[in-house]
Design a binder for this molecule. Structure first.
Ligand code: TNX
Length: 509
């Protein structure tokens, strides 16, 4: 098994173009008897294992570049968890170093375990990823002593966008749950948390100019789900929390459809002939729309809301929704909203339907219906975020017929192996991948954990690791070895039989 990683690394190295250089090659193939296993998810671009081990116990000497505060915090937190104290007199040294190795890009890193431990990267974010790899090489819980495999890892992500979309609008998720999810995502080097903040069933972001959006729109939820909203201070806290863990929060204000919560809060946003302006808790989609025949009312609302959203979220990309709406003025809305976001110095993202509008090709499109014809948009150069529902809609079952899951996109659900099998390479303008957890049927944290894990780890590997480097068999073995880490993080994962986890207490169905 180890050989397949080494061989893959060698092939990746031979074929490397804009990737890491091959200075560390040729990879050393080592027998199982002499090397400790190195189980990493996502599998790195290049991994060499060497005979022997580095023993860690008691204390280590830390040497950290001042410009890497986030990686330092992550490492200190991990060391504290292992009960390893920092003592500058200790003989074993862990070194975190910023280098100007261009091959590493914004997020790449090297990790070398020899007589000491060296982590290097061009950025604090790259070093954060190196710390996560180090965490995966060590046990999840404190022990009297530790044996680290001697390795040389050189790693860069295949895609810059490795995301999770969480629908907090249908059913609210607390700040505490989002923090936990951010920590868990970081462990697998995911780097985008897309929050679907508004929909028919709820409006979850405080907008100071429109207080009724949260007074009224924040008080509703899908039937059986939780209501609530985030204050701007809470969201700023989350943005910083995520940033310190290498994750950008991407807000979505879903417009011009999916807006019943906004219409119930401010009736003037609806056309005059709309009768039902009450809060909504059903499952149907596609019935509500801002009154696009009242551009003065609608576009000043959109601008005012976006101004407050942009002041909270530094993300370069801002999601403006645009899904599931039939309206004569739909394409006009998308073009105007995209231009507005551009003027504000950011870039708009729309769901795939936005491709019908005449926008600049910088606009990102999120591909979600497997069969949608996105070719013209790709020809135009639009970057794509890949979320084809039959692979990445994880509100669908972990297995066929799982209770409280949708199956409209795929009757058999979206099992782990299916998701892992996705090949992004035919999508020439793809920036990456995003799994989506819609919450019409997910009403508790336990249910969310069950839908997210372990499938999100597979999504992380599909987005990070080069296609030629990964394989389900290896993923299963490596992921199986990381189970104690998921337990230590308190994840109530699906008892996935492929991973041999069927003995786990069943998560919430
Ligand atoms: C489609 S994906 C939707 C969501 C639903 C989801 C349920 C998309 C852009 N729209 O509104 O929650 O299906 O699976």
């Amino acid at each position: 098994m180890k050989h397949s990683v080494a061989l893959g690394a060698l092939l990746a190295c031979l074929g490397a173009v804009a990737t890491i250089g091959c200075s560390q090659s040729p990879s050393v193939a080592v027998s199982e008897a002499t090397a400790l296993p190195a189980h990493l998810v996502p599998v790195p671009q290049s991994l060499e294992t060497h005979p022997g081990e580095l023993r860690l116990s008691g204390t280590v000497n830390l040497d950290v570049d001042a410009a890497a505060p986030h990686a330092r915090r992550a490492l200190e937190e991990a060391l504290a968890g292992w009960g390893i104290a920092v003592d500058q007199a200790a003989t074993t040294r862990i070194r975190l170093r910023l280098t100007d190795d261009a091959a590493l890009g914004e997020e790449g890193y090297r990790l070398v375990v020899a007589d000491d431990v060296q982590l290097s990267a061009r950025t604090d974010t790259g070093l954060l990823h190196a710390v996560q790899s180090l965490r995966q090489l060590l046990p999840a819980r404190a022990q009297p002593a530790y044996r680290l495999p001697r390795v040389a890892v050189a790693d860069v992500p295949a895609y810059r966008w490795r995301g999770l979309s969480l629908d907090v609008a249908r059913s609210f998720l607390s700040v505490g749950y989002l923090e936990k999810t951010i920590d868990r995502m970081a462990f697998f080097k995911l780097n985008r948390l897309h929050l679907h903040l508004t929909d028919d069933q709820g409006w979850r972001i405080e907008i100071k100019r429109y207080p009724r959006l949260t007074e009224i729109g924040g008080a509703s939820a899908v039937k059986g789900g939780r209501s609530g909203y985030y204050t701007q201070d809470e969201l700023r806290h989350l943005v910083a929390y995520a940033q310190a863990r290498g994750i950008t929060i991407v807000p979505e204000i879903d417009l011009p459809g999916h807006v019943q919560a906004a219409l119930a809060s401010y009736n003037e946003l609806a056309c005059d002939d709309v009768e039902n302006l009450s809060p909504y808790s059903g499952l149907e989609v596609g019935f509500s729309v801002l009154c696009l025949d009242k551009p003065d009312v609608v576009y000043s609302f959109v601008r005012n809301v976006l101004e407050e959203v942009l002041a909270i979220f530094p993300s370069k990309e801002i999601h403006v929704g645009g899904d599931e709406i039939q309206h004569l003025l739909y394409a006009d809305f998308v073009a105007r909203a995209a231009a507005m976001v551009d003027e504000m110095g950011r870039t708009a993202i729309f769901w795939e339907e936005g491709s019908v509008a005449d926008t600049r090709p910088n606009v990102l499109l999120q591909f979600w219906n497997d069969g949608y014809d996105i070719r013209a948009a790709v020809e135009k150069g639009h970057p794509l975020i890949l979320s084809p529902c039959s692979y990445f809609y994880i509100d669908h079952g972990n297995y066929a017929g799982q209770p409280e899951t949708y199956d409209w996109c795929r009757k058999e659900g979206v099992p782990l192996a299916r998701l892992y099998d996705f090949d992004p390479t035919p999508f020439k303008t793809a920036v990456g991948i995003e799994a989506a957890l819609w919450t019409e049927l997910v009403h508790t944290d336990a249910a969310a954990d069950n839908r997210l894990w372990p499938r999100l780890a597979a999504a992380a590997e599909v987005a990070w690791s080069p296609a030629g480097q990964r394989g389900y068999e290896g993923f299963v073995r490596r992921m199986g070895a990381l189970r104690p880490h998921l337990d230590a993080m308190g994840i109530r994962y699906h008892p996935e039989p492929d991973l041999g986890w069927a003995d786990a207490a069943p998560g919430a169905e």
